[in-house]
Design a protein around this ligand. Structure first.
Ligand code: ADP
Ligand code: ADP
Length: 237
């Protein structure tokens, strides 16, 4: 009953192999951290989970990857729908050059989640509340998102991702571009979101993995070398 069932996953960029046969189950509503040195394949593996790799011409993915028991790489799968179910937050906050409101409303509009303006307003408010931003932005929803601080922009990107009711949120070093106070806010937010979503977070910080995750998967040179409860990984025997 795993959310993701991943078996013997291999990823190649041309001739070069970035993931060398990784098997892992990810449970519903867990927070799992992918850690390991730069270049070990964390981002590459993460990007398989919503097929973000598809756009890289030279990238090939082999093995068995299932989401809720169904083949992730089934050619008939609707990738736009997949990326709503398995949303992604990137290292650098990347709000659209639009208003705060339109950033959050974008996904629900595309996916036809609201029939009336009032329904869209409700989704926007709810998403901004869940991202801990509502009180900060409710009086300036029409202001450009690019005028916000970096930490606010990242929480806006999280609001934008959850506005389409995903089941999973992928986060690729979501705090690396943030100062310590903004980082603490995003980490607090991850703890709250973990009640409702499966969260997979790539981080180079063991401290961050220890603070936010239930399980930690340690990658090295394209291999998954250890996966264990986070308190076991970081507690000296
Ligand atoms: P990360 O913070 O994930 O380690 P990098 O700085 O390694 O990011 O990579 C940034 C971007 O460059 C990513 O989109 C990645 O896919 C791409 N990239 C990384 N290595 C290569 C490479 N050898 N050739 C082409 N693109 C690469
Ligand atoms: P990490 O996230 O752990 O830093 P990556 O998944 O970004 O690692 O990279 C794993 C390996 O794949 C690295 O050797 C990197 O250079 C290579 N790589 C990543 N993205 C690309 C790309 N777009 N093109 C070619 N090689 C890439």
């Amino acid at each position: 009953d795993a959310k993701f069932r991943l078996r013997d996953v291999e990823v190649y960029y041309g001739e070069s192999q970035a993931i060398k046969g990784v098997s892992l189950d990810i449970a519903r509503n867990e927070v799992i951290a992918f850690i390991g040195p730069s270049g070990c394949g964390k981002s590459t593996f993460l990007r398989c989970l919503n097929r973000m790799n598809d756009s890289i011409d030279i990238c090939r993915v082999k093995g068995s990857l299932e989401l809720d028991g169904q083949d992730l790489y089934d050619p008939r799968r609707d990738v736009v729908e997949l990326r709503a179910r398995v949303g992604m937050v990137f290292q650098k906050p990347n709000p659209f050059p639009k208003s705060i409101y339109d950033n959050v409303a974008y996904g629900p509009r595309i996916h036809g989640l609201a029939n009336r303006k009032s329904e869209l307003d409700d989704i926007v408010e709810d998403s901004l509340r869940k991202a801990g931003l509502w009180n900060e932005v409710k009086d300036r929803l029409d202001a450009p998102a690019t005028g916000m601080s970096g930490g606010q922009q990242q929480r806006l990107c999280i609001a934008r991702t959850i506005a389409v009711s995903p089941e999973v949120v992928l986060m690729d070093e979501p705090c690396s571009a943030l100062d310590p106070i903004a980082t603490a806010k995003v980490e607090e937010l991850i703890a709250e979101l973990s009640e409702s979503y499966t969260i997979i977070i790539v981080t180079h910080s063991m401290q961050q993995a220890a603070r936010v995750s239930h399980r930690t998967a340690y990658f090295h040179l394209g291999n998954l070398v250890e996966v264990n409860a986070t308190d076991k990984v970081f507690t000296a025997p």
